[in-house]
Design a binder for this molecule. Structure first.
Ligand code: UN1
Length: 492
């Protein structure tokens, strides 16, 4: 018997008014892990009411006290890390080392942001008038909405929830329908850590219904969304009707550039992790290798050999390098890109779905490499799977031109030992994150995360930017002169 959850509203699991359910399944075996309600707009409205009712007391709770709850949640997660890592792997399919990494990233962020409770810094500054004091303070926005993806089913929810809570907001939250069990487990951890009822509410269901009610309801003051570009665009447009701030973290087409003087072994290790880690299902995944012609043959030979040795299989087995993709629909979409690649580019290795034995329990795709001209669809569109496009270039300048000529701008990486080129690349690459001699994945949580171009709409999350996303700045002028002083008005 699998457990049936409800929505989590005002500290209780409650049924949906729809009476309908969906199941969350293991991408590896198809086993049903739990059932969740298919939410309605009315369910979201109930959650908003609970969040509004909880807001005044939560807002008055001193931020360091809010931080203590986050720290307690982090502590519980630390104690249960092994089990939670297995849950991430069971529900999402990433290999177990990365499942535990997902949990660690969640813990790291909570620990970091809990400390912000003792800062939430504003500024104090001078005044143009005597006996007057000028400063800014941060205030919570109210009820905020968070909509999260399946690929980091614990880390990304914690980025958003941790930042929203420390800032004093209450939350209406929709998890990805492929990974609600991870979020339900986090909710129970926060309950155990002492989070008051109504402060964090979760409604499960479809983006078009639950997600859009969160976006369109004027009582939700801001929305934070991580996912694909089409959904991001819909959300941004709908929120614009209410002039509602929206934070978007969308796709990527992240390049790794390898220049002739690079440490090739190191570049190869980074590439394998960046391209095929998480089966390529990170927005930061390396989907393009931009390879200098001087080392092209040598590097390709090394790359193909190592790629073909990657073990595709059960993600709970620590010897596995690449697990299944998240579900059948994702697998089909990736395979259709592979078919496109076979038409427009040269398949070097992989390119097929694996079948037989354990492979029949899920959708497993062989790590795939194409060599392509720059400009093909596989070289420019986000595939979100274990598919790498290799593009040969003749110079640093060409490498940068190719790297930048895509609609996305999340992460980029350059392998070189030339410090001058490294710094030029930091300046030249049009991405929100650039790595020197490290892969495109693996951003640390205490720095801002996000991208330029179609990767987002200008904001950043995590790091100190997390607080900017979830607070309003109030500018305060205190006049203690006991007379009317007029700024700007002078007796000339
Ligand atoms: C994502 O794929 O949406 O930098 C987030 C990384 C991880 C976060 C990825 N720390 O790869």
């Amino acid at each position: 018997m699998v457990r049936s959850y409800g929505h989590y509203i005002n500290g209780e699991w409650v049924p949906s008014e729809s009476g309908q359910w969906f199941e969350t399944k293991s991408p590896t075996t198809g086993e049903v892990l739990a059932r969740f309600p298919l939410g309605t707009r009315g369910d979201v409205q109930r959650a908003i009411e609970a969040a509004e009712a909880a807001f005044p007391a939560w807002r008055r709770t001193p931020p360091p006290r809010r931080g203590e709850i986050l720290l307690r949640a982090a502590q519980i997660m630390r104690e249960r890390k092994e089990e939670l890592g297995r849950l991430v792997t069971r529900e999402m399919g990433k290999v177990i080392a990365e499942g535990k990494g997902d949990v660690q990233e969640a813990i790291d962020f909570l620990e970091y942001i809990a400390g912000e409770g003792r800062r939430l810094l504003g500024e104090t500054t001078t005044s143009e008038l005597p006996n007057k004091f000028c400063m800014t303070v941060r205030q919570p926005m109210g009820v905020v909405g968070c909509i999260t993806p399946w690929n980091f089913p614990m880390a990304i929810p914690m980025w958003k929830v941790g930042a929203a809570l420390i800032s004093g907001n209450t939350i209406v939250f929709k998890p990805a329908s492929l990974t609600p069990l991870c979020v339900a487990t986090l909710v129970e951890i926060f309950e155990e850590a002492g989070l008051p009822p109504g402060v964090w509410n979760v409604v499960t269901g479809n983006g078009g219904t639950v997600g859009m009610e969160i976006v369109e309801n004027p009582r939700v003051k801001a929305v934070s969304f991580t996912g694909g570009v089409p959904a991001g665009r819909t959300i941004y447009q709908a929120a614009a009707q209410h002039l509602k701030p929206v934070e978007l973290e969308l796709g990527g087409k992240n390049p790794q550039i390898v220049l002739p003087d690079a440490n090739l072994e190191l570049a190869l290790e980074g590439l394998l992790f960046g391209a095929f880690g998480t089966a390529g299902q990170r927005c930061t995944a390396t989907s393009r290798l931009i390879l200098h012609e001087a080392i092209y043959d040598q590097f390709m030979e090394m790359l193909v050999r190592r790629t073909e040795a990657l073990v595709v299989g059960d993600p709970l087995d620590p010897r596995t390098d690449v697990g299944p993709v998240v579900d059948e629909a994702a697998g089909r979409s990736i395979m259709s890109y592979i078919e496109i690649g076979k038409q427009e580019a040269t398949l070097i290795t992989g390119g097929e779905r694996l079948t037989g034995g354990l492979y029949d329990g899920g959708f497993f795709i062989k790590p795939t490499i194409f060599v392509t001209e720059h400009g093909t669809r596989i070289s420019k569109e986000e595939i979100f799977g274990p598919v790498l496009s290799v593009i040969k270039v003749g110079s640093y300048e060409e490498a940068i031109r190719v790297a930048n000529d895509v609609e996305y701008g999340l992460s980029s990486s350059v392998y070189t030992r030339d410090v001058n080129l490294a710094f030029r690349a930091i300046e030249d690459l049009e991405t929100g994150i650039t790595y020197i001699n490290a892969p495109t994945i693996g951003a640390e949580v205490h720095l801002p995360f996000g991208g330029v171009k179609n990767t987002g709409n200008g904001g950043r999350e995590a790091g100190t930017s997390a607080i900017d996303e979830f607070t309003e700045i109030k500018t305060v002028f205190v006049d203690y002169s006991n007379r009317l002083q007029k700024a700007q008005i002078r007796e000339e």
